[in-house]
Design a binder for this molecule. Structure first.
Ligand SMILES: C[C@H](O)[C@H](O)[C@H]1CNc2nc(N)[nH]c(=O)c2N1
Ligand SMILES: N[C@@H](Cc1ccccc1)C(=O)O
Ligand SMILES: [Fe+2]
Length: 295
């Protein structure tokens, strides 16, 4: 069982809002090396696979190529460019503080880094996943506002006991969401952008189901947390995602679906609008995977 940083009580040193000191000085040369390897592998691989605003956001954060970023330094750039700040958390925190941070434009980022042997895929969100996978997308105003609307909806859902249903909306958009841009299928979900292996599968494999986003359908659908998804949802664009979230009657949806069994990720569903557009071609491994010509 992989080491899991899942907390139901604030660990030693965490504040009441679950934030903790990033303790940037504690990271070793080896950990900065792991970060640099992750950064260069992922950015080389994503040029054709990531949505355009992710690539733009990554350029803005370019200095994080050098090694593990000091969040205080990162925030000096991120704040003026997006209105967000990154706050360090010890790992997976309960719904309430998580929603609270998002509603106030504070992005919770894990304060630990995956070990070198988990470079291609990590079963749990680590700092690389949060900073590389999620933060660049904050420069897209509609997506950034979607996260705020999501946090606010989460705080309301929490009162109804519906937070886990809303967690599915996060998972199938912010974690593993796909978007069509100029006719091309691209990834915007942080869980894809921080994992080359799953990003390629989500964009090129015929195996997973791909369905146009419908909020109620997403909230019915269970997910796997620590392996590749069996179904991916496709959005037409981020304004569309924001609009759908702002207009959703989450209380009504919750009443509709809470009495029915959840859909398994493998299940189809009546009314699914299947995405039948083009997939991405499988490209030869990115630069770092090309065999060096034998001298
Ligand atoms: C931010 C992190 O990468 C991950 O996406 C989110 C997903 N949903 C979550 N939901 C809760 N309640 N707590 C969390 O820490 C997270 N982490
Ligand atoms: N699989 C992602 C991390 C992740 C795990 C679980 C949920 C979301 C994201 C990665 O390798 O970076
Ligand atoms: Fe995430």
């Amino acid at each position: 069982m992989p080491a899991s940083h899942i907390y139901d009580a604030p660990p030693e040193g965490a504040a009441a809002d679950w934030t903790i000191d990033q303790d940037w000085a504690s990271f070793t040369f080896k950990q900065h090396e792991t970060w640099r390897t992750l950064f260069h592998q992922q950015s080389a691989a994503l040029a054709r696979y990531a949505c355009r605003d992710f690539l733009k956001g990554l350029k803005l954060l370019g200095h994080i190529a050098r090694g593990i970023p000091d969040f205080a330094d990162l925030n000096r750039r991120l704040g003026p460019a997006t209105g967000w700040e990154v706050v360090a958390v010890p790992g997976w925190i309960p719904n309430r503080p998580f929603f609270e941070h998002l509603a106030n434009r504070r992005f919770p980022a894990a304060n630990f880094l995956r070990p070198p042997e988990r470079i291609g895929y990590s079963e749990e969100p680590d700092m690389f996943h949060d900073i590389f996978g999620h933060v660049p997308m904050l420069i897209n105003p509609a997506f950034s506002q979607f996260l705020v609307a999501y946090g606010e909806a989460g705080l309301r859902a929490e009162k109804l006991g519906a937070a886990d249903f809303l967690g599915r909306l996060w998972l199938y958009t912010t974690e593993f969401g796909l978007v069509v841009e100029e006719g091309e299928l691209r990834a915007f979900g942080g869980g894809l952008l921080s994992s080359y292996a799953e990003c390629v599968a989500a964009l090129t494999s015929p195996a997973p189901r791909r369905v146009w986003l419908d909020i109620e359908r997403v909230m019915r659908t269970q997910y796997h947390f620590d392996r590749f998804q069996h179904i991916y949802f496709v959005v037409e664009g981020f304004v569309h995602l924001l609009r759908a979230t702002e207009e959703a009657d989450f209380a009504g949806i919750y009443r509709n679906i809470s009495g029915e069994p959840a859909l398994q990720p493998e299940d189809g569903f009546r009314g699914d609008r299947v995405y039948d557009g083009p997939l991405q071609p499988v490209r030869r491994g990115p630069a770092f995977m090309k065999r060096k010509p034998r001298r």
